[in-house]
Write a protein that binds this ligand. Structure first.
Ligand code: MRU
Length: 386
């Protein structure tokens, strides 16, 4: 099995795995400039809130590093003012690639802050650029450690919760939505990290995951990751969640997040809200697992979260390997895109995310801790975990 990673940097090259081709073809593509990064994020060659933030940061680092090494020195390194204007323009551009995941904005804001702090410290343009490069690399590097931390915190919390309900805290069945693993982050994952942690500690019986149409992050990416990790798992269509809860013992739902408002309302892959409502109906704990950078304290509640609408055509198409398998002249599995709808539909509803109200969420986990609502409250106080 190829190592699952969404971004790699080696010998001065920044590359991403083209997630549109997974799981059938693992093809790395080079991100040569900021435009390539913007396009990769917008077209979902890379996706997942933390991963797109990492790529945006690393693309800025790569661009500045090239400038620092080039002769003649680029004009934008000629003065602190020129550098500020240049970097701010790039950050503002990358920020617009996808609107819902706040991590992208958190990363661009953080780099903007570093830029200003270095300028305020009286540094020359080269030193300011070097500070931004270092901060950008840190944004990517810190992700894996915090993922492991939140996965453990959330996993241990769930085990204790099951025990306090009379269970023994083993043989747990956990369902997830979308893909929140190594491909969506810099490594280990958030909700899928929690599931991995339970597996590694001998507490997991089985992972369940929805297909997560129309992009199939579940059936393409989560399926691939769970198979690679040898974690026992079962896929279900998005419409089968109610049936699963009626007929199987599910101990928890664990999902990631693209943006968590101050009160705990959470935007995540469309279909998450359906799962949360059904989970409440069946009294199953619903856990959101995400880094602190996904919490947007500037937004009071979910009504203010911008929801990305994807192009209608994307909901009409499915891409995958030919079946039965056919190889091309290079031995690579042939893939095709097919249309599953009649052509020219005049109405297609295709939001990429939905918002699950805090009232339907049992716990929110970050690398800093686990938040639950006070007795009788409908909203979270996230202060202790941000
Ligand atoms: O449209 P996507 O694939 O970028 O959506 C991804 C999700 O909704 C994830 O659950 C979220 O970004 C968290 S990834 C750790």
């Amino acid at each position: 099995m190829p190592a699952l990673t969404s971004i790699r940097t080696s010998e001065g090259k920044l590359e991403i795995v083209n997630q549109l081709l997974l799981p059938h073809t693992t093809k790395f593509i080079e991100i040569k400039n900021v435009d390539d990064a913007f396009d990769a994020i917008k077209s979902m060659k890379i996706r997942g809130a933390p991963a797109i933030a990492s790529l945006a940061a690393l693309a800025v680092a790569d661009h500045l590093s090239r400038g620092l090494q080039s002769t003649p020195v680029p004009e934008w390194l000629g003065s602190v003012d020129a550098l500020k204007q240049h970097v701010e323009t790039i950050l503002a551009y990358l920020f617009t690639a996808r609107p819902t995941a706040v991590n992208l904005g958190a990363a661009t804001r953080r780099l903007s802050k570093t830029l200003q702090a270095s300028i305020d410290a009286g540094k020359d343009p080269r030193a300011v650029a070097q500070d931004i490069v270092a901060e950008a690399k840190e944004i990517d590097a810190e992700d894996v450690g915090r993922n492991k931390q939140m996965s453990k915190l959330g996993g241990d919390w769930l085990v204790e919760r099951v025990k306090s309900g009379g269970g023994d805290g083993t043989q747990l069945n956990v369902m997830t939505v979308c893909n929140t693993g190594s491909l969506a982050t810099s490594g280990y994952g958030t909700a899928l990290g929690l599931i991995t942690y339970l597996h590694e500690t001998g507490k997991l019986q089985r992972a369940f995951y929805t297909q997560s149409t129309p992009y199939h992050q579940g059936s393409r990416l989560t399926a691939f990751e769970l198979q690679s990790l040898n974690i026992p798992s079962t896929m279900l269509c998005d419409s089968m969640v109610g049936s699963l809860f009626q007929h199987h013992k599910i101990h928890a739902i664990a999902v990631g997040a693209d943006r968590i408002a101050r009160n705990g309302d959470t935007a995540n892959k469309v279909g998450t809200y359906n799962a949360a409502v059904l989970a409440a109906r069946h009294n199953i704990p619903f856990i959101v697992v995400a880094p602190v950078s996904t919490v947007d304290l500037d937004i009071a509640d979910g009504d203010s979260i911008p929801i990305e609408q994807r192009p209608a055509i994307e909901a009409c198409l499915v891409r995958g390997a030919l079946y039965p398998t056919a190889l091309d002249a290079h031995g690579v599995k042939q893939q095709a895109t097919v249309m599953v709808t009649p052509e020219g539909l005049d109405g297609v509803y295709n939001p990429s995310f939905d918002v699950t109200p805090a009232s339907q969420i049992t716990a929110i986990v970050t690398e800093k801790g686990v938040a639950v609502k006070k007795d009788g409250a409908d909203v979270f106080d996230l202060t202790p975990i941000v």
